[in-house]
Design a protein around this ligand. Sequence first.
Ligand code: GDP
Length: 443
Amino acid sequence: MFDSLTKRLNRAFKNISGKGKLTEKNMDEMLKEVRMSLLEADVNYRVVKDFIETIKEQALGQKVYDALDPAQMVLKIVRDELTNLLGSTTAEINYKEDGITTIMMVGLQGTGKTTASAKIANLMSKKQDRKVLLAACDVIRPAAIEQLQTLGKQIDVEVYTEGVQVDALTTAKNALAYAKANGYDTVLFDTAGRLHVDEELMKELEKIKKAVKPSDILLTVDAMTGQDIVNVAESFNEKLDVTGLVLTKLDGDARGGGILSVRAITHVPVKFVGTGEKIEDLDVFHPDRMAERILGMGDLLTLLEQAEEKMDLDAAEESSRRMMEGKFDLNDMLVQLEQINKMGSLSKIMKLVPGMGQMMESIDDMKADDQMKHTKAMIQSMTKFERENPDQIRSSRKRRIANGSGHSVGDVNKLLTQFEKSKKMMTMMARMSQQGQAPDMAA
Ligand code: GDP
């Protein structure tokens, strides 16, 4: 996500950090570099121009030239202005106090509208305890209804459909009546998309809008199409008054131009971002967290939220407790590997850790994933006794474990050596933290 932008921005800040007093010349060079990074990331030129001017004004106003640590101040100004650019505050869904909250999902074909409908339905029903109905109003793309039904089953949310014979408007009206009669509090309407914005589509959407009076109209836009999303958003907004954007496929967006331009130009807030193909790959959009992520400062809040959601915290806590007591064995290693697996790819996790984003470019997810699978397979081939007493694993046991898991004795040896090393390190860290000292990592 925005890897190249983050790298270039960091390079720009390096020019002024550690320089002591900031001169106007240093500042100008840095801003030139920031400007180039943003333009290269495909951010709209008007947005870039305003952004740089605001930074200049802020820098003058906050007297950075006289500051003790000007680089830190400038970085803070840039972070705050990036946050403003992304929308300042988190834009919430407009839930209705009484009656049914109706959300129309609109967007061009292939942008991820159907997937986003299911992701949002899942989030609302699982985390916000809402009773959600999905209405299949895309009667044009033949597979759309089936796709929604499959997703609905997967997330345990009912899908209302009357097939492709009934038009979208009738289906939408009937879905709303069905929701009222059956105690649903939220309906998400998955409407039809087209390859391009066209009159006929807009007319159909306007009719549905009139009939269901949506509390929100969410437009899905594909982050990978860069600045183009601004044009799409403007066309939809003109006809429909879109209330929020769902920026999909952010996982594949190396540049970030779309997300940085769209709010400033259209004034429509981003409400959610899609970060992968799986149902859970959806984040509520927080401008401040995103700004820090773009600047390579990580996003610990999101990491903690994801950990709480996806990990079995009791199991993780139990194994850390055992670790602190020096009782760490191969069972604990297996538990920890399984917990890490649940969080997703290693590089995705590390990018959320402050300062680790850049370092993690060298991680090959496929390799790391493979390594984890091999380690798990070997531990799973061990008996309970062996997992609890790795030091008792001698040659014949090693051969059996190797054969059972499809590895060589050398692999088993490597695993055991690695385990011994981590155990030593953990015991040391536990001792140090009890004594209130930082461990010497080089030992
Ligand atoms: P629709 O035509 O707009 O309804 O699009 P779909 O929901 O069918 O999605 C089109 C394709 O994009 C599918 O292959 C999805 O799996 C994929 N997709 C949707 N959202 C994301 C996302 O956030 N990240 C990635 N990598 N793929 C996504």
